[in-house]
Design a protein around this ligand. Sequence first.
Ligand code: SAM
Length: 190
Amino acid sequence: MQLGRYGFTVIRYARGTTLGIPSGLTENEGSELATIAAGKDVLEIGSWYGYSTIRMARTASAVVAVDWHRGDEHAGYGGSLMIFWRNLVKHGAADRTLPFIGRTVDALPRLADHQFDLVFIDGLHTYDAVRSDVELSLPKLKPGGTLAFHDYGRPDFGVTQAVDELVAKTSASIRVVDSLAVLKLTTSTH
Ligand SMILES: C[S@@+](CC[C@H](N)C(=O)[O-])C[C@H]1O[C@@H](n2cnc3c(N)ncnc32)[C@H](O)[C@@H]1O
C-alpha cells in the first residue's frame, strides 16, 4: 500500500480505499454509508482523513463532521485536518460538509438544538469512549433516526459491547455490513 504523505502511523489500522484515502472502512461499508446517508442530515463523529465523510457527503443533504484531528490510540496520533480538508475539496464533498474541530465531549453539547437523521460514530473505539459518544449523540438524533457504528464485532475494541447494550436498552433493530452496525431506533431515546 502506498501511504505517501499519510505517514507510518496509519498502517496498523488503515487499508487503501477506492478514493486513495486511508481508512479502516471496506468498500461495502462505504457504499452502505452512502446509501443510508442519501438525502439525510448527518452527524459524523470521527472523520480522520475524510473517507467516510466524503462517502456520505456525496449523497447526503449535509454532514456535520466532528473530529479533533489529532488521532487516537487506535488510528495513530498525528494531525489530519489539512489532509482531511484537501481530500474533501478534491472529491467534491466540501460544499456539503461542516467540519467541527474539537473533542466530542466539548463539541457535541455546543451543537445547536439541531437533530440529525443519521449519526455515524467512528471516534475512539474503547468501550468508555463509544458509550460517551452514544450518550452525547442521542439527544442529537431525531426520533426514529439511524445510528451507525464502525468496527462492530472486532474483539480488540469496545464497540460491540457498547452497541449491544444500546440495542438491549432501546430495542433498536440492528443490521451489520462487514463491521458496520446500523441501528434503527424505533422511538425517542431522550
Ligand atoms: C477511526 S478514525 C475515523 C475514521 C474515519 N471515519 C474514516 O472513514 O476513515 C477515528 C478518528 O476519531 C478522532 N477522535 C478520537 N477521539 C476523539 C475525541 N475524543 N473527539 C474527537 N475526535 C476524536 C481521531 O482524531 C480520528 O481521526
